[in-house]
Ligand binder design. Structure first.
Ligand code: NAI
Length: 292
């Protein structure tokens, strides 16, 4: 197990909360910062629920659950990240917002704090570009659901130094994850390959080759763990659409990565997938009203 440093997580959504769960389970103190109070309350409740389920399934003891919960702090106060040694940012997939947040973080954290972005598609080099010490910034890209998915892509930006890369890798290795180091190119490895996978699935749907459930079923029968539409609903259609648009632009509008109207309309209708209760499928039983 790695040294018990304080881990900061920025963003308490799907990914931030999953990353926080891993870090707390690994014995770290975890500070989760979000600018949305409601998101923090929901995330905290969700984490409690997940831990309770793990206890029921005897995958953790009640004492371990209580210890993990007591190690996590949910707050809107950025200043509380001042003692963190690694901060993993998992906020909205928007370059300007991420750049602003990284610049802000630099004024709060200590010299030796590693700053990581969980971006799926943006340039790590660009995210780091406004930082005075850009050598400490890199990509640490978890997959959804973070606690269950073994793979983590670690992406050094143009300015990232070797020590930062090795220190980050050591921490993520110690969490039992499988690390692959990828060059800072749009979508890195997995998301680059995944773009045409989702895109072609939507095109097949639009051409009327088969319906959503049939395409998902066929792919699963073929050996995929989840169908493309189930997966997009899990990722969040808002997040997935943003990633598609960003990879499309980053490849100078190469048609292979072109987004679709179907995806765009779902986002406009706030049919984000599981998290909003509707997406390609309906999850009406535990539907939550999407944020405005
Ligand atoms: P999400 O929409 O579930 O959560 C984002 C959270 O960030 C929200 O709670 C929001 O209130 C907060 N936030 C937004 N702007 C903020 C700011 N300026 N300061 C503080 N908090 C802010 O998003 P999700 O899905 O967790 O994605 C987060 C990042 O992780 C994105 O960069 C995304 O591309 C990446 N990612 C997403 C995956 C997925 O399957 N959803 C998989 C891997 C990476």
């Amino acid at each position: 197990m790695a040294e018990k440093i304080q881990i900061g997580v920025l963003g308490s959504g799907t990914m931030g909360n999953g990353i926080a769960q891993i870090a707390a389970t690994q014995g770290h103190d975890v500070i989760i910062v979000d600018n949305n109070e409601e998101a923090l309350v929901n995330a905290s409740k969700k984490l409690q629920k997940i831990f309770t389920r793990l206890v029921e399934k005897k995958r953790m003891t009640t004492e371990e659950m209580q210890a993990s919960i007591s190690r996590t702090t949910y707050t809107t106060d950025f200043e509380s990240l001042s003692n963190s040694k690694l901060i993993i940012e998992a906020i909205v997939e928007d370059l300007n917002v991420k750049q602003q947040v990284f610049e802000k973080l630099e004024n709060i954290v200590s010299e030796d704090c590693i700053l990581a972005t969980n971006t799926s598609s943006l340039s790590v080099t660009a995210v780091a570009s406004g930082c005075k010490k850009d050598s400490r910034v890199l990509g640490i890209h978890f997959f959804n659901p973070a606690p269950l998915m073994p793979l983590v892509e670690i992406v050094p930006g143009l300015a990232t130094d070797e020590q930062t890369l090795q220190n980050a890798k050591q921490i993520i290795d110690s969490w039992g994850k499988t690390v692959v180091i990828a060059k800072d190119t749009p979508g890195f490895i997995v998301n680059r390959i995944a773009r045409p996978f989702y895109g072609e699935s939507i095109r097949i749907l639009e051409e009327g080759v088969a319906d959503v459930a049939t395409i998902d079923w066929a792919l699963k029968e073929y050996g995929f763990r989840m169908g493309p539409f189930e997966l997009m609903d899990l990722i969040g259609n808002d997040v997935n659409y943003k990633v598609t648009c960003s990879v499309f632009a980053a490849f100078f509008y190469d048609q292979r990565y072109k987004p679709s109207f179907t995806q765009q309309r779902l986002v406009e209708a706030r049919r984000y997938g599981r998290k909003s209760g509707h997406g390609y499928y309906s999850y009406a039983e535990n539907a939550q009203k999407p944020e405005a």
